[in-house]
Ligand binder design. Structure first.
Ligand code: URA
Length: 234
């Protein structure tokens, strides 16, 4: 890896500030001052120091967060704070949400900079189950509830789409509260599925993704790194 890139990956410096730090003699490679940005670094063997501090590459990162309401999953700054603004880690902007939640949706959000892992979790081909709890505007009971359960199990043609949703599982916890398990992540999918059933969602919470359940002790806004075992579940 080039030295300027190594610096930009291991410090808050941008690539151009890294080049400047090199020119200013602030960087040593195996104890020797080095000024050329294109110098190659062997990340297994070489010791790079910036102002005397040894630098190490951060590996791939995997986080879970209890997303609160009024926080956005997008990378650009907008009306609301972003989830990455709540995470105090270097190079946090590299972390991407693994399947976004709407600004008013709460619950389990995964973040990573590992694109392949993210794909395994989100790609409909892998049929990773996501469980949502929806508070509904209208009560659904008896035959209407059963008809909704059957419709969801068969697949629903959402407004403006050409292929029905993958078979999903709907369970009523109360007339106005339902648990919906889906294996895709289409745009506003849960809200649009309930809209297709003639209802609407007042509040939405993601309880789990695959075998990963939002822990009770992770309060809204809190996050933690996944364990290696949790990462390996996908
Ligand atoms: N489906 C939705 O409609 N919204 C979400 O935030 C997640 C799934």
């Amino acid at each position: 890896m080039r030295l300027d890139r190594f610096l930009s990956e291991t410090t808050p410096l941008t690539r151009s500030l890294a080049k400047r730090a090199l020119k200013n003699g602030e960087v040593t490679l195996n104890g020797e001052p080095v000024k050329q940005s294109a110098t190659r670094v062997d990340i297994e063997r070489d010791v790079v120091k910036f102002n005397g501090e040894t630098l190490t590459l951060v590996g791939l990162r995997y986080l879970m967060m209890h997303k609160p309401v009024d926080v956005e999953c997008t990378a650009r700054r907008g009306l609301y704070p972003r989830v990455i603004d709540m995470i105090d880690l270097p190079k946090v902007e590299r972390l991407q949400p693994v399947g976004r939640l709407d600004v008013d949706t709460t619950g389990l959000l995964l973040l990573t900079d590992d694109g392949q892992w993210s794909h395994r979790v989100t790609s409909p081909r892998h049929r990773c189950a996501k469980v949502y709890i929806a508070d509904l505007g209208e009560p659904m009971e008896g035959e209407a509830a059963q008809a909704a359960i059957n419709h969801v199990a068969e697949g629903i043609l959402l407004d403006g789409e050409e292929t029905p949703t993958q078979p999903a599982v709907l369970r009523f916890l109360a007339p106005r509260q339902a648990e919906l398990t889906i294996t895709e992540g289409r745009y506003h999918q849960v809200k649009r599925m309930f809209a297709a059933l003639g209802n609407h969602v007042n509040a939405l919470h993601r309880r789990s993704i695959g075998k990963l359940v939002l822990p009770d002790d992770l309060a809204p806004g809190e996050w933690r790194e996944l364990t290696a075992e949790e990462v390996a579940r996908f």
